[in-house]
Design a binder for this molecule. Structure first.
Ligand SMILES: [Zn+2]
Length: 102
């Protein structure tokens, strides 16, 4: 299992799962129940996460999502160092600390 996306809302997470499913990649949503607790738990931990079942498909999944999300919204930034998806207002990657593009 590899995380490929952090969604701002459960609906966004579901859209991502659907987009991956359409290209034959099986994925799951974690933290689905935490969204209601926003404000009580740290920001990132409260957001739904999308994980792909097959690690070998994670890279392909990120490519699919890069296309999907660039159409849907340009607000998120993909870390050039580790490929992690970051909220658009982040200046550095929350996972590896690398600088994000403007
Ligand atoms: Zn990174």
């Amino acid at each position: 299992m590899k995380r490929v996306h952090i969604a701002p809302t459960l609906l966004d997470a579901q859209l991502v799962v659907d987009a991956l499913s359409s290209v034959g990649i099986v994925s799951h949503i974690f933290n689905a129940n935490a969204a209601g607790a926003l404000g009580e738990v740290p920001f990132l931990q409260a957001q739904p996460e999308v994980w792909v079942e097959d690690d070998a498909r994670a890279h392909r999944a990120r490519e699919v999502l890069a296309d999907f999300l660039s159409v849907k919204s340009r607000a998120e930034k993909i870390c050039p160092a580790c490929g992690e998806c970051n909220p658009g207002n982040f200046l550095s990657c929350w996972q590896c600390g690398g600088l994000l593009p403007d």
